[in-house]
Design a protein around this ligand. Structure first.
Ligand code: KIV
Ligand code: ZN
Length: 516
């Protein structure tokens, strides 16, 4: 049991850094800003906005988040060397609350095989890095990468030295998700007992999910004195992902006797944040995922439904409203005007520029002509598409697809290519394929001349009803990089083409710098 009742556990969200390291989960500049704003609305304590040295794009997005997102501490990651740390500082210094997060591995395996250094060299590099970071910024976090597989005595000596050098948070990652809860809890207790200046820093943990124990390990760490939890929305991250923020917060909220600690997260924002991250990254949330899965609060069996009608607590340990699952999704239709639409946007928590709202209203009207009921899900998807910031280099102008039994699937596609100086070019091609979508994708490839491989394709209905919009999420590979694309329409072939063109636009903007 946690002893100190007044302690607060702070939540360090690394969706934009470790989460974005999930294969194919990369987000555009504007998408990251949107996620950061929602994380701030959910009141996370620290946002790890990115790894500024890793690319110019990451540097710029960390910088814009530092400039524009207020409330949480804005943190950047850097390795333990001068160039990384200086670059990190140059990106985060615009925040009112900047944090430098520097790391180096402390396990013998990483020290010898990966870094090809000695323990002493790593010790010195860690101390030097923290001192340099401290010269820029008061708030410095140090991570001992692969801590859970490090020699404990050596780990404690590094932790003590970096605190002495000025680290205010010391992070103990289970980098490869190798620990089990009793073992990891003991490691945190050992650090708390043996590092003599540990009271001068916050103990943090960062648990990966390779054995499905990321959340359990994080909770065991809280029981043993950790007061910062590093996690991601929906548990996305490298390999099997990171500990899921929503699961840890709700475990603390639901079991106050076991975790008598406070936290600052506004749990009612959880569902919205989860959907935003899933929609923008294209990483789908499994239906039975705890807290945010579509079935997390669904009661199917007759016995359960009967119990629920008599008393909800028979089968519900927390209420869906606590995590912001909307009670009714039905909102607007084709007769709804600008005022109602803008109010709904506001109620859903969007703060958008007037020109973006006007643009969305026009798209809403087009959709409402095709679809009787516009649900919150439809509006969320419109917003996510409208603010993704992916420049429409290519846009779909005309589609004619033929397919059927005994017919060779054929597609004729016309795209408008938007050139500089408000000029455009009309490009048209036809192709055959294994099916209508394949034929259409081949025709698009002929137009763009890009060799794009489709690696993943999912189709889902955005909301209920026979006229539900189809939402297509795809992943494509281009020259070893993975891009996501999303398209929506009441026509699923059109949705598929929109998704493909969305991914192609990302390739042209992000990889080819607009040159194609
Ligand atoms: O998993 C890990 O060890 C990390 C560190 C950089 C904190 O992501
Ligand atoms: Zn990690």
């Amino acid at each position: 049991m946690v002893k100190n009742k007044k302690d607060t556990v702070v939540f360090f969200d690394t969706t934009l850094r470790d989460g974005e390291q999930s294969p194919g989960a990369s987000m555009t500049f504007q998408e990251k800003l949107l996620v950061a704003q929602q994380l701030a609305a959910m009141n996370v304590d620290i946002i790890e906005a990115g790894f500024p040295i890793s690319s110019t794009g990451d540097f710029e997005s960390v910088k814009s988040i530092a400039k524009q997102v207020e409330g949480p501490v804005i943190c950047g990651l850097c390795r333990a060397n001068e160039k990384d740390i200086t670059t990190c500082w140059n990106a985060i210094k615009y925040s009112k609350k900047p944090r430098i997060h520097t790391f180096i591995a402390t396990s013998d395996l990483h020290i010898e095989k990966k870094l090809q250094k000695t323990r002493q060299q790593v010790f010195d590099m860690a101390v030097k890095a923290v001192k340099l970071a401290k010269s820029f910024c008061d708030d410095v976090e140090f991570s001992a990468e692969d801590a859970s597989r490090s020699d404990v005595e050596y780990l404690c000596s590094v932790v003590e030295a970096v605190i002495e050098a000025g680290a205010t948070t010391v992070n103990i990652p289970d980098t490869v998700g190798y620990s089990i809860p009793s073992e990891f809890g003991k490691l945190i207790a050992t650090i708390k007992q043996n590092v003599k200046n540990i009271d001068k820093a916050v103990i943090s943990v960062h648990c990966h999910n390779d054995l499905g124990l990321g959340v359990a390990n994080s909770l065991a760490a809280i029981e043993n004195g950790a007061r910062q939890i590093e996690c991601t929305i929906n548990g996305i991250g490298e390999r099997a992902g990171n500990a899921a923020l929503e699961e840890i917060v709700m475990a603390i909220k639901t079991k106050p006797l076991f975790y008598p600690v406070s936290y600052n997260i506004k749990t009612k924002e959880i569902y919205k944040t989860s959907k935003l991250v899933s929609n923008l990254t294209g990483v789908v949330v499994q239906p039975n995922k705890a807290i945010v899965g579509i079935n997390a609060f669904a009661h199917e069996s007759g016995i359960h439904q009967d119990g629920m009608l008599k008393d909800k607590s028979t089968y519900e340990i927390m209420s869906p409203q606590d995590v912001g699952v909307p009670e009714s999704m039905l909102v607007l239709g084709k007769h709804s005007g600008r005022h109602a639409f803008f109010k709904r946007l506001k109620d859903l928590g969007y703060k958008l520029e007037p020109n973006v709202m006007e643009d969305l209203f026009a798209k809403f009207k087009l959709l409402a002509d095709k679809k009787k009921c516009i649900f919150d899900d439809d509006i969320d998807s419109l917003v996510e598409q409208g603010v993704s910031g992916v420049k429409e280099i290519y846009s779909v102008d005309y589609v004619n697809v033929t397919s059927g039994v005994g017919v060779i699937p054929t597609a004729t596609i016309r795209l408008i290519k938007n050139l500089k100086n408000n000029k455009s070019e009309v490009l048209q091609e036809a192709a055959c394929g294994a099916g209508p979508v394949d034929a259409a994708y081949r025709a698009v490839d002929k137009i763009t001349g890009l060799k794009v491989d489709l690696t993943d394709y999912t189709l889902r209905a955005v909301s209920g009803g026979e006229d539900a919009q189809g939402e297509v999420n795809i992943k494509v590979k281009f020259e070893d990089a993975v891009y996501t694309g999303k398209g929506m329409s009441t026509d699923i072939v059109e949705a598929s083409i929109n998704a493909y063109v969305h991914a192609v636009n990302k390739i042209v903007v992000m990889q080819l710098g607009g040159k194609k």
